[in-house]
Design a protein around this ligand. Structure first.
Ligand code: NAD
Length: 371
């Protein structure tokens, strides 16, 4: 069997039995009996829609390591990309679609899931079209660029009787799951405050700086990880947000979107999460201060290299292939008719929070959340 994460998983699961009993049941089962599973059962077919950086560098390689699903098709608007993908992943012509003929994917029984990996403003259109074509959908984060779009995506999947999940890979990452568990068990006592930073320099001329396609700046792209990290660390939804946009030092580059934004999420009981995201610096941190100590991830939100520390020492957890675990878990949910831990409703909640953060920054007033 593939050993890509078995060792790490087993190591982590020994160290943290309750976390994995809670979140990784299915994963444990299949990682431990993966070889026989792969032989006996059909793998669900995934079509990647949008062959950009994330699809090419992360998702397609991860799909070579999954056990319950496989790369079965592609959807692209760039014919030049087809030969490379076709050869590398042995994708038959009948499983290759353009955005124009995409809807005919409904007649293809080899595709069970469409994974939407295009710029944010296109998530709604392709999720809805995939659902109408009778496919389950994984949609990348942020779910969409408006609350209305998120609601329409959920409604379309519901109407089609198909499952919808969001590409929240960190819900499958042992360090982050440990934070969830620390919060639940109050391992370090009650949480006092949370700090989350996700910042990365952005080059000029990309769709991420285009309001129409991205829906906003670093908040939509990176700040969403701060929102997510703060919420699963706190274990509850926030009740209020406040925010302040940072100054633009490069007005040319940041003509359409914010360059940086600082925001606070207020949780029940007065716990505050102080967050920052920027496209003009780097930073990557999730830190929780609690009554009896602290715990932090730095870097916190990457595909690998995540390092966890607590006031008692290193967490010492190995990294896993987050995307492989995420996609295998979704396949397991479909096969077992169980809800995904990262559903469309979670994506909708987060887009509501992102919109409230923008409103708070615009009005310079706290915004009470209606989630
Ligand atoms: P990218 O620019 O590398 O790729 C985007 C793809 O969409 C390209 O293949 C491009 O040709 C295609 N496309 C189709 N219509 C387009 C249009 N109108 N404008 C521009 N491109 C168009 O971007 P990416 O980094 O792969 O991001 C794609 C999605 O994946 C985004 O929603 C992003 O937020 C998400 N993402 C998630 C993670 C994660 O860790 N979960 C990481 C990276 C990206």
């Amino acid at each position: 069997m593939a050993t890509y994460q078995r060792r790490q998983f087993l190591q982590a699961s020994l160290a943290l039995p309750s976390i994995f009993a809670m979140n990784f049941d299915t994963m444990a089962e299949h990682l431990q009996s993966g070889a026989s599973f792969a032989k006996q059962d059909k793998k669900l077919g995934i079509a990647l829609l949008g062959l950009g950086k994330y699809a090419e560098e992360q998702l397609a390689p991860a799909l070579e390591k999954t056990m319950r699903c496989k790369l079965a098709g592609i959807v692209t608007g760039t014919p030049d990309k087809i030969p490379k993908w076709k050869d590398k992943y042995k994708i038959p012509d009948k499983n290759i679609y353009s955005y124009q003929n995409f809807d005919s994917i409904r007649d293809n029984p080899e595709i069970d899931i469409v994974y939407v990996v295009v710029p944010n403003s296109l998530h709604a259109e392709y999720t809805i079209r995939a659902a109408k074509a009778g496919k389950h959908v994984i949609c990348e984060k942020p779910m969409a660029t408006s609350v209305e779009d998120c609601e329409a995506m959920i409604a379309a999947c519901k109407k089609a009787g198909k499952m919808l999940s969001i590409g929240y890979r960190l819900h499958f990452e042992p360090n982050h799951l440990t934070f969830v568990e620390f919060g639940k068990k109050k391992t370090y006592g009650n949480i006092r405050s949370i700090k989350a930073i996700d910042s990365q320099e952005m080059e000029k001329g990309v769709w991420r700086l285009d309001r129409e396609r991205a829906g906003g700046g670093p908040l939509m792209d990176l700040g969403i990880y701060c929102v997510q990290g703060a919420i699963y660390s706190a274990g509850v939804n926030p009740i209020r947000v406040s925010a302040k946009e940072g100054p633009k030092t490069d007005v040319d580059k940041f003509g359409e979107v914010e360059q940086s934004i600082d925001f606070q999420l207020e949780f029940p009981g007065g716990i505050m999460a102080n967050c920052r995201t920027s496209y003009a610096e780097s930073g990557n941190l999730l830190r929780v201060e609690a009554e009896k100590g602290w715990y932090e991830l730095q870097p916190a939100f990457g595909y690998d290299g995540i390092k966890g520390k607590t006031s008692q020492g290193d967490m010492g957890l190995d990294n896993v292939n987050q995307q492989a675990l995420q996609m295998d878990d979704f396949a397991a949910c479909i096969l077992n008719n169980k809800p995904t831990r990262v559903p469309g409703e979670m994506g909708l909640r987060d887009v509501k929070i992102l919109m409230a953060i923008y409103e708070a920054a615009r009005t310079a007033r706290p915004v009470t959340l209606k989630l």
